[in-house]
Design a protein around this ligand. Structure first.
Ligand code: PHE
Ligand code: ZN
Length: 884
């Protein structure tokens, strides 16, 4: 175990900074052996600080300090001291200029934080606390400064030199060196600083804002990727227009740059006017990118662009407020994607992510509220809770206020706090002030972790013609929080009768929100137990609950099979309709588990099979919805529902049920497949994406028949597709089948695409996710493939991440070899890239969910990781908390 344990930081310890930085001037001399950074900071004491004679304390990590001076006078070693990440200088004046030189070796920086090199180019990543790896600074988001940046580098190696804001000077110097100077007029925290220097090609376009300003849009990529930028550019322009239309937010500079880099820990970064993207989130073309990839590009480009207001113009006071910018921005980007494509499909996808990954996090050892109150390493808190649950919390405010008052609230928030670093409380207050709606109890969503549970029961009183819903709420305890106060939960409901939705009339009209046609209500659930009585109900209805997934909760209602079938066939709410299909699927899987355990055959209920048959013939319903409804609940979702988790039992039951459905409906799946075939020109639009999704869902079932005809179909699709969606789907099914052709397909795929790293990542991933036995050995073999590189996070995620996180049966091999493999990789990556190491570790931390035999094996691997004396704070926090 490490000797000094990293310390915990608490929200309750927040205090305003002792100093402010009015301006920051940086000079970068970029070189091959080392790079020199010279910073000049205009510092002064913060009049609001508690102490007016505190020493100046700056953050700095792994820096080589070359020189330090105050107002032009060089400091000698006795005038400053260093401990841990702090550099202290005592007895500084009330206002002064600090000049600091540091020497860096970006080429050796494998953490991909601070200044580093990726494929020969220099780039930076400063969120959350990476700026302190560049120079000594007040590296906290409530210190905002105006930046001027001079970049000096070899002209032929680094013809493009970029930073935030406007280009104010370019100059050619002696010896083939050139220089550019950038100035960003908007004060910003250091985490939004960025620099790029490299040999980059550019795609350019323009956007005219509502007020008539023309903005230059530039996407910088490697020359060979110039043909993969159209979709990102289109998405950017759509996002800019959407933010004007929906939020009244206009872009505020004359230039907006995006740069694509190969090596990046996350998806992308919203640095002011210089967004840096993981290539996987910006490049797209039909031959190399799947439909899901296209949608990801659209979503991430919009997300980063939206941060210009929700994040940059109004930023976070401290990192406990991370969800202030992330939750809000995810909500904004998901509404955008929903407007650009199919709203119901987008909603189902978001809910699926939440109910698998986020619910699991909320039930695990790292559970935290969307505004955590402590952390060891902030990098560990870029989580599905902060992002996705944070977005659901903003969505609930949107539901409670309605679209007009929500817009009033967001206008007030942006207006009131423009140029400030604020808190989640400021956001809620703006929403309250603008709407007059009381969100006092609602605030528990910010401070309490865990997924609330709603137990709902319904009774029909024929005599009184009333229908009564009794709603009980509870929330399980989470680390550090045993008692939870009741939440304010918006519960959207409708009552479905024989001929559709019934008019709703509550006997006690307790401030609930009505839909325009009076057949949907949002119930304000605020108490541990509450009863809602609907009057004038002339028949026993089926309740449609949590419509649109109106709150991030688990809901139990004891539906009969017939009731679920009615919802699945006719609910007008797309989410509930889909969810009914999933609940029916869950019942069938549970029956299959029982059947297999008793050594019996799996045979699905005939009503369920008929409903699936009907779905397959339904050409009026969105094809994407049909596809989603035909897909059984995922193994990851099942692992959230069935406890303890018997990975193998669940897998075999689910597969047996899938095979039974394929057998019973083989003609229908074939017909559906043929119907969905098309030779129109590829476009990543909702209609085509839907059709491909249904076609490939049908193919995946047909492949379970394991007959020559289906294999031939997959081979034909694999060979003849002109887009990656169909090609990769076919390859996936072949790899998981007994087809002899699969080895050849994999080889040919590699040969064809070896010069496209993003395609090779998909190739790694397909193999890592293969459900057949022996996959661990395949993955281990691929780790020494020439195309694999453990320093590249995309490759690590495609191979190791996909295997450990998305291949349950193989990761949970009964001999524990999967666990051992993961622990080995984490220990290795802990040294080079701690952020990636700690993220990779997550599947092991969920050990408490599994059968005792698995628990023991998982724990002993966690112990082995914890015993490493050189654990990073990232890995230390995750592993130690998971063993507590
Ligand atoms: N702030 C980025 C986003 O959500 C994510 C990110 C965090 C990127 C930390 C890099 C490092 O858009
Ligand atoms: Zn973000």
């Amino acid at each position: 175990m490490r000797d000094a344990q990293p310390s915990t930081i608490f929200l309750s310890d927040y205090s305003v900074p002792d100093f402010l930085i009015d301006s920051t001037t940086l000079r970068f001399e970029l070189g091959e052996a080392s790079s020199l950074v010279c910073s000049v900071l205009a510092l002064r004491r913060n009049p609001d600080a508690a102490s007016q004679d505190a020493p100046l304390q700056l953050h700095g990590t792994e820096l080589e300090l070359v020189s330090l001076s105050i107002d032009g006078r060089q400091l000698d070693d006795s005038e400053w001291s260093q401990s841990g990440e702090q550099l202290s200088i005592a007895n500084v004046p009330a206002s002064f200029s600090l000049c600091c030189e540091t020497r860096l070796r970006p080429q050796d920086n494998t953490s991909l934080e601070g200044l580093y090199k990726s494929s020969g180019m220099f780039c930076t990543q400063c969120e959350a606390e990476g700026f302190r790896k560049i120079t000594y600074y007040l590296d906290r988001p409530d210190v905002m400064s105006v930046f001027t940046v001079e970049i000096i580098a070899d002209q032929s190696r680094y013809p493009v030199l970029l930073s935030n804001g406007n280009l104010i000077e370019t100059e050619s110097l002696a010896d083939g060196i050139h220089k550019t100077v950038w100035h960003d007029p908007f004060p910003k925290p250091a985490y939004l600083f960025a620099l790029v220097a490299g040999k980059l090609a550019v795609v350019e376009d323009q956007f005219l804002t509502t007020s008539g300003r023309s903005v230059d849009l530039k996407i910088y990529v490697d020359e060979k990727d110039l043909d993969k930028c159209d979709h990102a550019m289109l998405s950017l322009k759509n996002a800019m227009r959407w933010d004007e239309d929906v939020y009244g937010r206009e872009y505020d500079l004359d230039i907006f740059n995006i740069v694509a880099v190969d090596d990046f820990n996350m998806g992308a970064m919203e640095n002011k006017s210089l967004n840096i993207f993981n290539t996987s989130c910006v490049l797209a073309k039909q031959e190399t990118t799947t439909d899901a990839g296209f949608q990801r590009v659209e979503g991430v480009v919009a997300h980063e662009y939206f941060h210009n207001w929700s994040g940059n113009r109004v930023t976070c006071r401290d990192w406990f407020q991370l969800s202030l910018k992330e939750g809000f921005t995810v909500f904004r980007d998901s509404e955008f994607s929903s407007d650009m494509g199919s709203p119901t499909v987008k909603r189902v996808e978001d809910v699926t992510l939440l109910r698998t990954a986020q619910f699991a996090e909320d039930a695990g050892p790292m559970a935290h509220p969307i505004r955590p109150d402590s952390f060891i390493e902030i990098s560990n808190f870029y989580t599905v809770t902060i992002y996705e649950k944070g977005s659901e919390v903003v969505r609930m405010i949107h539901t409670l206020l309605g679209p007009e008052l929500f817009r009033k609230g967001s206008d007030l928030y942006f207006d009131r706090h423009d140029g400030q670093a604020v808190t989640c409380e400021d956001f809620v207050l703006a929403m309250e002030d603008a709407s007059g709606i009381d969100l006092k109890q609602f605030r528990h969503w910010y401070s309490q972790a865990g997924t609330p549970r709603l137990h709902v029961s319904g009774t029909y009183d024929e005599q009184a013609q009333t229908y009564t819903l009794v709603v009980k709420q509870s929330c399980p305890s989470t680390p550090g929080q045993t008692e939870k106060a009741p939440f304010h939960i918006p519960l959207a409901v409708a009552l479905i009768g024989e001929a559709g939705q019934l008019a709703l009339q509550l006997t006690d009209a307790a401030a609930n929100i009505e839909s325009p046609d009076n057949t949907e209500l949002v119930l304000n659930v605020t108490e541990p137990e509450q009863r809602f009585v609907f009057a004038n109900i002339k028949e026993e209805p089926v309740p449609s609950l949590l419509r649109g997934f109106s709150a991030p909760v688990k809901l139990d209602f004891d539906y009969s099979g017939a009731q679920l079938l009615r919802l699945m066939r006719s609910d007008s709410d797309g989410f509930c309709r889909w969810d009914a299909s999933q609940q029916l699927g869950l019942v069938e899987i549970k029956r299959a588990i029982t059947a297999l355990a008793a050594g019996q055959q799996v045979s699905p209920d005939s009503e369920y099979v008929s409903a699936c048959r009907e779905l397959l013939a339904n050409t009026s319903l969105d094809a994407a919805m049909v596809a989603l409804m035909l897909q059984l609940p995922s193994e990851a979702y099942l692992a959230e529902i069935i406890h303890p988790v018997d990975v193998h039992g669940i897998h075999h039951a689910r597969e047996a049920l899938r095979k039974a459905l394929a057998t019973a409906l083989s003609d229908e799946f074939s017909a559906c497949y043929s119907r969905c075939e098309s030779d129109e020109a590829y476009a990543p639009d909702a209609a085509q994406i839907a059709r491909r999704s249904l076609k490939n869902t049908a193919l995946s079932y047909l492949m379970l028949l394991d007959d020559a005809q289906s294999i031939a179909l997959a081979v034909r699709q694999y060979e003849s597709s002109s887009n990656m969606t169909d090609r990769l789907a076919a390859l996936t099914y072949l790899v998981n089948s007994t087809a002899a052709y699969k080895a050849e397909a994999l080889l040919r795929f590699y040969q064809q695409w070896q010069h496209e790293p993003l395609v090779i990542n998909q190739w790694f991933q397909v193999q890592a996710m293969c459900r057949l036995p022996g996959t661990l050995e395949v993955v281990q073999g691929l780790m020494s493939h020439p195309a694999f590189d453990i320093r590249n996070p995309n490759k690590v995620r495609a191979l190791i991440g996909a295997f450990c996180g998305q291949n349950g049966v193989n990761f949970h091999r009964e001999d524990g070899a999967g666990y051992r493999f993961l622990a080995d990789q984490v220990l290795l990556l802990n040294r080079s890239n701690p952020q990636i190491a700690s993220r990779l570790l997550v599947p092991l931390t969920k050990w408490r969910k599994y059968l005792p035999s698995a628990q023991q094996l998982m724990c002993s691997e966690l112990q082995r990781v914890l015993a490493d004396p050189e654990l990073s704070s990232d890995v230390y926090e995750v592993v130690s908390k998971s063993l507590q």
